[in-house]
Write a protein that binds this ligand. Structure first.
Ligand code: RFL
Ligand code: PHB
Length: 391
């Protein structure tokens, strides 16, 4: 039986970043991924990186391209029922910014780095099963090309996303979960057209939320709030562009350049946290442990901060023979997770149209936006959360 110090389940950003940070510290980790490499790279997801996340990419030795090609943003616009407010991130946070750089590119950089260092990743590893992680000698089994394999390890890192096997392997009574499912989704379109604005625009509108984002100066990413019953096939490109424009202020609507979509998908919105994050020698990391609605751009960044805490803990375990870090991983990570959950929930609640909203709740949205318009402290709070709380 092959043996590794750490078995990482999942090659999303969490698993790949953890693998890179552990490798740098001389800790040997294998990654088992259910999908093919191309499938993982084709998923269009996050676009906004906190400075802390970019810092971790540098620390892992994969920061060169994000430094070169990432777009540094010092602010974004909040539009609400025809009023526009710029959140000046840099001014409100003492110079902090975010970087627009696609999750696909983060994944690509980390995969290329893994190839360079000769680390083992098993793609299309089917029926992964986690065994004996409540004892001192955990094992992981999987099927590859019809053959069953088993590996021994000291620790298992469950980086396998919301639908993964890691959280599902924990007995129900050992896990507490907290969840809000929102009664709508986001319909996203990627197109090779220049963005309608040099900064992101988050728009709350009578007809529903809209977001103008980008991947580069020639590639735009747009989202509109949609019904959970909506199907991609029911949304022609033209229908999407028309609806997007209706939800934006006239200047932004005018500036939208349309073109054929190169990707179109619908994502449901959910807030979710599982507690705790450690079960003996298995840890939950990233989307395997928590989900945020994408409104605050926090999902990938939270995965990165979890990885930071866990990599530090494992490095301490191997370097100093101390369990203090791994004992504290769950508490440290959850403290930051809940704050990001709060921010993502509050921005989602402010900017979306809920069919079930009472007139009182609508007035609360109006009052929340009016407060932001009139208070630098309120804007500073949004900015501080958006650029990312410290870790
Ligand atoms: P991932 O990326 O889901 O990766 C998990 C990996 O595990 C594999 N897997 C398994 N492997 C082996 N065995 C099994 N049984 C397995 N089950 C699953 C999967 O194939 C996959 O490769 O989780 P990870 O690494 O924790 O990363 C989390 C992020 O992907 C996620 O939080 C973000 O994409 C969320 N998100 C955003 N986050 C941001 O920080 N900023 C953003 O701007 C942002 N925008 C978004 C988003 C998510 C979105 N969607 C689609 C939900 C925009 C959208 C529309
Ligand atoms: C994106 O570009 O995909 C994006 C940007 C900001 C968000 C969510 C998604 O809040």
């Amino acid at each position: 039986m092959k043996r590794y110090q750490v078995a990482i389940i999942g090659s999303g950003p969490a698993g790949l970043l953890l693998g890179a940070l552990l490798h740098k510290a001389g800790i040997d980790a294998i990654i088992l991924e259910r999908q093919s490499r191309d499938y993982v790279l084709a998923r269009i997801r996050a676009g906004v990186l906190e400075q802390g996340t970019v810092g971790l990419l540098h620390e892992a030795g994969v920061g060169a391209r994000v430094e070169r090609e990432g777009l540094v943003h010092g602010g974004f616009a909040l539009n609400f029922n025809g009023h526009s407010l710029r959140i000046d991130l840099a001014d409100l946070t003492g110079g902090k910014t975010v970087t627009v750089y696609g999750q696909t590119e983060v994944t690509r950089d980390l995969m290329a780095h893994r190839d360079q260092i000769g680390a083992t990743t098993v793609y299309e590893a089917k029926d992964v099963s986690l065994e004996d992680f409540d004892g001192d000698a955990p094992r992981v089994s999987y099927t590859k090309d019809g053959q069953r394999h088993q590996i021994a390890c000291d620790f298992i890192a469950g980086c396998d996303g919301f639908h993964g096997i890691s959280r599902a392997s924990v007995p129900d009574q050992a896990l507490s979960t907290f969840e809000r499912v929102y009664p709508f989704g986001w319909l996203g379109v990627l197109a090779d057209v220049p963005p309608c604005s040099h900064e992101l625009i988050y728009a709350g509108h009578e007809r529903g939320f809209a977001l103008c984002s980008m991947r580069s100066l020639t590639r735009s990413r747009y989202y509109i709030q949609c019904s959970l019953e909506d199907r991609i096939d029911n949304w022609s490109d033209q229908a999407f562009w028309d609806e997007l424009r209706r939800r934006l202020d006239p200047a932004a609507a005018e500036a939208v350049v349309t073109g054929p979509s190169i990707e179109k998908s619908i994502a449901p919105l959910r807030s979710f946290v599982a507690e705790p994050l450690r079960f003996g020698r298995m840890f939950l990391v990233g989307d395997a442990a928590h989900i945020v609605p994408p409104t605050g751009a926090k999902g990938l960044n939270l995965a990165a901060s979890d990885v930071h805490y866990l990599s530090q803990a494992l490095i301490e375990f191997y370097g100093e023979h101390s369990s203090a870090g791994i004992d504290d991983y769950s508490r440290r990570a959850l403290a930051r997770i809940w704050k990001a959950e709060r921010f993502s929930w509050s921005l989602t609640t402010l900017l979306h149209r809920f069919d079930t909203m009472t007139p009182f709740e609508r007035r609360m949205q109006d009052a929340e936006f009016a407060y932001l318009q009139s208070s630098r402290s309120a804007c500073a709070s949004v900015a501080e959360n958006y650029v990312g709380l410290p870790f």
